[in-house]
Each structure stands twice: as structure tokens, then as C-alpha cells.
Design a protein. Structure first.
Length: 577
């Protein structure tokens, strides 16, 4: 359709009719005139352009710029953009202290706040831009929840820093803290690294949670092909933003909605790209949460089944060599998807926001031979995915481990138990542990934390001390996408609910087997039952406010740590009001 052609929209089935059409909407229209909209713009579809822009961290700082390009694309295609922002909690800043309790909670607050803005102002469609870890799934969750035509766009990754001739990321700085504790790094060494690790705008550069969920956005079909790849400073991001704005208007015309796109098969595609890229274990939390918004059962074990059958083919940090910029230069997420499709690991018939199927989007995309970031299927890094779901008498409701970069997939040793991350981190910093031990951090689950904190500071300190892989760590909390080593998260039931992780004691023998997918403690059912008789629940320090509220609502990690009943309990969908 020509940009010069005027279009007469029929708004009889669009929710914005409640605020723009007929005599009763005169007061509402007066507000739009006050903001400089023309009569024509008022009677076009209203498109929410939501960003997680803030000045908290480089992950989000470029989103405001990109939103302006989205708005141009919407306007060019004869709809009216309405920009708004929501919160983010950036893990790199929140990590290693009480602030991390806010991180996972922010995912659901992002989804809820975008929902309320869209509902309150009757917007017809949504373009969501996100930069940091929890903001990506939060935006995708609300798109599926509202089921209005929607396009997701990632803000882009940061360019790698350079430290003494090597590419570095913020994870190297976290590991530098461990090196400083052993004396390997001086004060000036650590200062030099912290000053060069993050050279500008963008999310963490490895295959950590942000880039993992960006890959998911393309694989699941909610983002334009190629939009996940370019680093944040690149001008091509603005071109993708403008194209996303145009695309969402086409979705309005064709009435293509997120639940037409997010299906069981597209969720399996999303899990496959996580496995193939050695992505973040957090994806095993976020994919069930996105599925929940569509009323689809897709829990940790369903994700794990896809992980088991999908080869690891992308050599990305933290387990591998390369960063997001290298993946982009090797052809991007589309190449990974095309290679998986070639091997039959994807459902190519899934609809996407282009209006075409995934297979149609990938037609002509091939693996280049002049790069080694992405391996051919005939020569994978590992025959099964870089992430493994576990289950056993220590984790009846499951757990998750990233095996990308691990040589040995079995670990057995005596437990050393800590009832908070801080107590474990202090022990690590003071080297009060032994090689061969299994460090247990508990009471950090979604409800018991509350907030299910990530343990990157502790795991990075272990690697910085040179003992990564020589000890294991298990928790009912989470791990950063930047974590490497034998680190098992999402252990359920969590300690606060009396799960087995609350019952083990120092010296109990724990066995982790990522080949068979098991996590067990050498105790019988009778032993655990006897210990449970003496267990009492604990009271955390958050007895009011948002964290208290979250603790009352949140469900188990196995199902995505969700806070509402989801689509199965719906009596109406916003898009059909």
C-alpha cells in the first residue's frame, strides 16, 4: 500500500473505538487534540509502542531512540503510535545483593504494567522493545496475554570490550572479583578491566539471558527475522525498528494475533534455539511463563525434552568462545534456525509476524563456510543441547543445568549447605570450601527468597579463583545466563515449601548426572520423611510491599514462576472487548 494513499479504517472491531468513535468519545478525543493529533490520526488504529527505557544500565539506554523509529514505521503505514515506558531491573546492577530479589519480580510487573496501560487506553496493537534479561519475556508474555496484534523487538547487544587484546564482557569483571580475592588481580588490574569491559549501549554480549531470549523472539515468531542480531549502536537496529512499526499495522489489517503465532510447536522451536546456542537456563523459566499466557502446558520437563533432542551448534560465551556480535557477523539467529530446520529440529510450518511461516522466512538462508561460530549439524559441539533438565529425589519438581563448556557431565560430592547467597559468597571469598564439595544455597526460591535471586557473584568468584568445575553448586534460586560450571538452579520444590533441598545436611552425598538427567541425594524416602518431621518453615524479611505480594502469588519454578491463573481461566480476551 502506498504511503500516500489515505485509508479509511473500520474500527468497529478495534478496542480503540471506545475512546475515539462517536459522540460519547468527545471528551477522550479532546485529550488527543491536546497532544497535537489530527482528526485523521485519532480515527486510525492506536498502536502502543512500549519500551523498557531507563538510565539504570546500558541494556536499555538505546530503546528510546529505537522507539522513535518504530513510531515512524507505524505512522507510515497509516496507524497512530502512542509511546509509553515501563520499568526494568537490570541484573548486572542488581547482582550479588538484595537488589536481585527485584529481578524476576520485575518480569511480571513489566507484563502487568503494559497490560494496564494497553487496557486503560484501549490500544489496538503493541510493539514492545526490551533490552535486559527479564524485560524480554515480560514483553512477550503480555503480548500473548492481551492477544492484540504485536511485534517484539530486542534493543540489541553491547559490543565486546577489549582487555589486553582479548574480547571481554561484564562476566569477566565478575570473575575478576574472584581473581582479585586470590591475589591474581591487583586493584589496578581490576580497575582496568571494569573501565573497558562495557564500551557502550546494549545488553550483555554473551549468550546470557538477554541474547537467549532475543533468539527466542525470532524462533517463536514474535520478532522480524534478523531483528535480534545487530548490536545496539548499529543504525540497522533503527531500520528494523521502523520495519517492526510497519509490520504491526499489517498484522492489524490481517488480524494476525500472538496466539496464532505462539503455539505448542513454536514453543518447541523456541526451546530448540536455546539448546542449540547453549543459552541461559532462565529460558526454562520464561518459556513456560509465555506458554501459560496462551493456556498451553509447557513446563520445565517439556522444555527439557526439546533440549535433549537438539544439538548444540553455536560456540558462544559463557561456555564457548564467541559473543553476540560474532553471531551477528556469521549471519545471525536466522542461520542457526535454518541449520536446525535443515536437520528437522524445527517446525517450519509455524506462523510468524511476517505473515509467513518460519520456513518461508528462512528460505535461502544457508550456513557460511568462512566462519566457525555456528557449526554444521554434522559436526556439533555436543550432540544434545547446551542445557539439561534434571529430576530426582533432591528435585522431584525438576532442576536445570547448563552443560555448554563442561567436559565432565557427572559430579558427586558431599554437601555444604548455606541458607542464603551471601553466606555462601562470603565462604567462597574466604576460601572456606573444599574442591569436590557440592555447595547448596537454599531459601532463595521464588516464594522463599522471595524473588529467586541469581547466583552469578558466587559462581563467577569460584571461576575467578580457578575452582570452577571443581565444585558444584545447587540452589532453589537461579543462575545468570552468564554462569558457567556445574551449577544447578530451579531446584523444586523450593526450601521454603519444605522441599528436599531444605532437608539435606552438610556431608550428605549429592550426585548430579547431566547424562541421565538426574539429581539425587544419598538418602532414602524414609530418611527424608524423618527429617521433614523436624523441619520448620522460615520467615523472610519482606513482610510488606511488592516482594511480599509476589511471595503470596508466585507458583513453582517448574511452571514458570507465574503469578496469575493464565489463559485457561479467562472469560474474555482484551483484543475482543
Amino acid at each position: 500500500m502506498s504511503n500516500q494513499t489515505k485509508e479509511k479504517w473500520d474500527k468497529s472491531k478495534l478496542v480503540s473505538r471506545y475512546v475515539t468513535e462517536g459522540p460519547k468519545s468527545a471528551p477522550h478525543r479532546s485529550y488527543y487534540y491536546a497532544m497535537g493529533l489530527s482528526e485523521e490520526e485519532i480515527h486510525q488504529p492506536l498502536v502502543g509502542v512500549a519500551t523498557c527505557w531507563n538510565e539504570a544500565a546500558p541494556c536499555n539506554i538505546a530503546l528510546q531512540r529505537q522507539a522513535q523509529s518504530v513510531k515512524r514505521g507505524v505512522s507510515e503505514n497509516h496507524a497512530t503510535p502512542r509511546e509509553f515506558t515501563t520499568i526494568t531491573v537490570t541484573d548486572g546492577i542488581a547482582m550479588g545483593h538484595e537488589g536481585m530479589r527485584s529481578s524476576l519480580v520485575s518480569r511480571d510487573v513489566i507484563a502487568d504494567s503494559v497490560e494496564l496501560t494497553m487496557r486503560g487506553h484501549c490500544y489496538d496493537a503493541l510493539v514492545g522493545l526490551a533490552g535486559c534479561d527479564k524485560s524480554l519475556p515480560g514483553m512477550m508474555m503480555v503480548m500473548v496475554r492481551l492477544n492484540v496484534p504485536s511485534v517484539f523487538m530486542y534493543g540489541g547487544s553491547i559490543l565486546p570490550g577489549k582487555f589486553r587484546g582479548k574480547d571481554v564482557t561484564v562476566i569477566d569483571v565478575f570473575e575478576g572479583v574472584g581473581k582479585h580475592a586470590t591475589g591474581e588481580f591487583s586493584d589496578s588490574d581490576l580497575k582496568e578491566m571494569e573501565c573497558c569491559a562495557c564500551p557502550g549501549a546494549g545488553a550483555c554480549g554473551g549468550q546470557f539471558t538477554a541474547n537467549t531470549m532475543a533468539c527466542v523472539s525470532e524462533a517463536i515468531g514474535l520478532a522480524l527475522p534478523g531483528s535480534a542480531g545487530a548490536p545496539a549502536p548499529y543504525e540497522s537496529r533503527d531500520e528494523y525498528a521502523q520495519a517492526s512499526g510497519r509490520a504491526v499495522v499489517e498484522l492489524i489489517r490481517r488480524n494476525i494475533r500472538p496466539r496464532d503465532i505462539v503455539t505448542r510447536k513454536s514453543l518447541e522451536n523456541a526451546a530448540a534455539v536455546v539448546a542449540a546456542t547453549g543459552g541461559s537456563t532462565n529460558a526454562a523459566l520464561h518459556l513456560p511463563a509465555i506458554a501459560h499466557e496462551a493456556g498451553i502446558d509447557f513446563d520445565l520437563f517439556a522444555v527439557g525434552e526439546v533440549f535433549k533432542r537438539t544439538p548444540l551448534i553455536a560456540d558462544l560465551k559463557p561456555g564457548g568462545k564467541y559473543v553476540a556480535k560474532d553471531l551477528f557477523e556469521a549471519g545471525g539467529v536466522s542461520v542457526v534456525l535454518a541449520e536446525l530446520l535443515r536437520g528437522g529440529y524445527l517446525h517450519g510450518d509455524c506462523l510468524t509476524v511476517t505473515g509467513k511461516t518460519l520456513a518461508e522466512n528462512l528460505a535461502g538462508v544457508t550456513l557460511r563456510k568462512d566462519q566457525d561460530v555456528i557449526r554444521p549439524l554434522e559436526n556439533p559441539i555436543h550432540p544434545t543441547g547446551g542445557v539439561v533438565a534434571l529430576r530426582g529425589n533432591l528435585a522431584p519438581e525438576g532442576a536445570i543445568v547448563k552443560i555448554a563448556g563442561l567436559k565432565d557431565l557427572v559430579f558427586e560430592g558431599p554437601a555444604r549447605c548455606f541458607d542464603s547467597e551471601e553466606s555462601c559468597f562470603n565462604a567462597v571469598q574466604n576460601r572456606q570450601y573444599k574442591e569436590g564439595e557440592v555447595l547448596v544455597i537454599r531459601y532463595e526460591g521464588p516464594r522463599g527468597g522471595p524473588g529467586m535471586r541469581e547466583m552469578l557473584s558466587t559462581t563467577a568468584a569460584l571461576y575467578g579463583q580457578g575452582t570452577g568445575g571443581k565444585v558444584a553448586l545447587i540452589t532453589d534460586g537461579r543462575f545468570s545466563g552468564g554462569t558457567r560450571g556445574f551449577c544447578i538452579g530451579h531446584v523444586g520444590p523450593e526450601a521454603a515449601l519444605g522441599g528436599p533441598i531444605a532437608l539435606i545436611r552438610d556431608g550428605d552425598i549429592v550426585r548430579i548426572d547431566a547424562v541421565t538427567g538426574t539429581l539425587d541425594v544419598a538418602l532414602s524416602d524414609a530418611d527424608l520423611a524423618e527429617r521433614r518431621k523436624g523441619w520448620t518453615s522460615r520467615t523472610h524479611n519482606y513482610q510488606s510491599g511488592a516482594l511480599w505480594k509476589y511471595a503470596q502469588l508466585v507458583g513453582p519454578a517448574r511452571d514458570g514462576a507465574v503469578t496469575h491463573p493464565g489463559a485457561k481461566a479467562e472469560t474474555h480476551v482484551f483484543a475482543d472487548l
